[in-house]
Ligand binder design. Structure first.
Ligand SMILES: [Zn+2]
Length: 587
């Protein structure tokens, strides 16, 4: 790092004589730029190291490596030097994980976090914030994206002058990767998360979307995807405290919303709802932890956004400080419920949909008018800059669309070789069968299988309908036996129940099971098929009915012969069958 010149300004001292005063040498790069710029990776790391060298309260380390080989920086801040999960637990502290730059172009959290930590450990403005907690700070999560640096990365966003890129070097979006964990960055983050088990997780972003007066918006999971005691702390204790702190700092703040109809706000705003666990807040919910999503407003100047984030983070630490025991009790009780026999947690919601329930909320908007666009040929929204206030319908109801009863355990055959490492990253405990075992299992057969036409996050996703099956299966030695009475059981269920939108099956990890690999030659099947139908009246009846009722089948000779092949002793019974079994204790 190059040392910057110390700038001198003149102030009027109490004697009435102008005196030159050196600017505080702890000024951050962002502050020195007048709030216009954000530092590069090396400069950010150098500032973190400087804080760690100066303050015994700061430990600087790395929690993994990016795809391009950059270290993933981590600051651990503790006034009692509790720099390990064990020492933090022993000291009875809450652990708060603040993460910036999962979308590296939305980097407000990095500059806000560096200033806040500086103000705690160097300037000692709020040393009391560390009384009750250990702070983990990830200044740049998507480090490779952060170094794809330039002025043209965020067309919607008002500064900084140059910034990083949304996705990783592998062009994957980390905020879709929490469950499938395809990236080295996410695997490292999951290990960090599950080693420290933060009592509060904060993920800093910048919005896209509509214009409004608010500098900053936020969301937390308050639906049926999270333990009620944990969401109760978020809703009744944390949010009232932190929102009043943000407002007291002079920033307007509102729930993170989208308009239900782009051009007509009177149709209402969509807020709340439930995040699937591919997202940070939805993932933390399955781990029984509250998570705060901060979304500063893209059209506000960078300096304003960083300041709003600073006060949100500071208010969050203060709110944890004043409700430490209630927070810790809530997350521990949620963990214990899953580890024990509590029947209330054995049915897991898998999918939600937005309900039609709403209530009216006061909204500080920006007036818009709609014109016909010569460019697009469609409607064009023009924001006039004029503020307005209005009661707006606010839709935040979410309805459970599908759920599943937890089995006592899952059994996973060893050929699904990617699963053990991912379970470990998610903090899920399992054993391996020392010898083969024949087990009565529940499982699924897939029908109406449809593959996505385009890749999504580098994967060919798949949709299907599941039909339940019960059968005895031989699971080889090395198969994973995964009990569900453990604190991460909700993550386990969402990974292994195929109807979860973030299951391995839905993400396309298992597409091999849908492929038929042996086929009969037509002239072979003609002879075998005729014999089969002659010998098996029930099969003949089923075949004839299919021909009668399915005209596409009836007019596709190869499909008719393949149907007969699949119903012959040569057919492959494993095609379209889910290899994972559900085990119940009475079996
Ligand atoms: Zn974002």
């Amino acid at each position: 790092m190059k040392l910057r010149c110390v700038s001198l300004v003149f102030v009027l001292a109490s004697t009435g004589v102008a005196q030159p005063v050196a600017h505080d040498s702890w000024e951050t790069f962002f502050e020195a730029s007048g709030g216009l710029r954000t530092p590069r990776y090396d400069s950010t790391v150098a500032y973190c190291r400087r804080l760690a060298a100066f303050s015994p309260w700061v430990h600087f380390t790395s929690f993994g490596q990016s795809a391009q080989g950059r270290a993933l920086p981590l600051m651990i801040v503790s006034s009692e030097r509790s720099f390990t999960p064990a020492s933090a637990r022993q000291a009875g502290k809450a652990v708060v994980l603040i993460q910036a730059g999962i979308h590296a172009g939305e980097i407000d959290g990095k500059d806000a976090g560096l200033m806040l930590i500086r103000d705690i450990v160097v300037r000692k403005r709020y040393p009391h914030l560390l009384d009750s907690l250990v702070l983990l700070f990830v200044p740049m999560f998507n480090v490779d994206g952060h170094e794809r640096f330039g002025p043209y990365n965020r067309i919607n966003q008002n500064g900084p002058k140059e910034m990083g890129w949304r996705t990783t070097a592998q062009n994957l979006n980390l905020n879709r990767d929490y469950m499938k964990a395809d990236t080295p960055e996410m695997r490292a983050l999951l290990r960090l998360f599950n080693t420290w088990l933060p009592d509060l997780y904060i993920d800093c972003h910048v919005t896209d979307g509509i214009d409004f007066q608010y500098d900053v918006t936020y969301t937390m999971e308050l639906g049926r995807n999270i333990d009620a005691a944990v969401s109760g702390w978020s809703r009744d204790v944390f949010l009232p405290s932190v929102l009043s702190a943000v407002e007291a700092s002079g920033h307007k703040v509102f729930w993170y919303v989208m308009p239900r109809e782009d051009v007509d706000l009177s149709k209402g705003l969509q807020g709340g709802g439930v995040s699937t666990p591919r997202f940070s807040t939805g993932y933390a919910a399955l781990q029984n932890r509250p998570a705060l999503l901060i979304e500063t407003h893209m059209l506000k100047p960078y300096r304003t956004r960083v300041d709003a984030t600073y006060h949100f983070l500071k208010g969050s630490l203060q709110a944890v400080r004043t409700s430490l025991s209630r927070l810790k009790d809530a997350v521990h009780a949620a963990d214990r419920r899953l580890e024990g026999a509590d029947p209330s947690v054995r049915v897991v919601p898998l999918r939600f949909k937005a309900g039609t329930g709403f209530h009216m909320r006061h909204f500080l908007g920006i007036t818009q008018r709609v014109e016909q666009s010569a460019l697009s040929g469609g409607a064009h929204i023009i924001y006039t800059g004029e503020p307005f206030e209005q009661e707006v319908p606010f839709y935040d109801e979410s309805i459970v669309e599908d759920s599943v009863r937890m089995p006592e355990a899952y059994i996973v055959p060893p050929e699904l070789t990617y699963i053990p490492e991912l379970l470990r990253a998610h903090g899920i405990q399992f054993k391996q069968l020392p010898v083969p075992d024949s087990l009565d299992v529940e499982s699924y057969r897939f029908t109406e299988v449809r593959f996505a036409e385009r890749p999504y996050e580098g994967r060919q996703t798949v949709t299907y309908t599941t039909l339940p099956v019960r059968e005895r299966r031989l699971y080889p030695a090395g198969s994973l036996f995964i009990p569900t009475r453990q604190r991460s059981a909700n993550v386990l269920v969402h990974l292994l129940e195929p109807r979860s939108p973030d299951s391995f099956a839905a993400w396309g990890f298992m597409n091999g099971i849908f492929e038929q690999k042996e086929y009969a030659e037509g002239y072979v099947m003609e002879k075998v098929g005729a014999e089969l139908l002659a010998q098996q009246p029930a099969l003949r009846q089923a075949f004839e009915e299919r021909v009668r009722t399915d005209s596409s089948f009836a007019h596709t000779p190869a499909a008719r012969l393949n149907w007969l092949y699949q119903h012959s002793p040569w057919g492959d019974p494993a095609v379209g069958v889910y290899p994972v079994g559900r085990l119940h204790s009475n079996e």
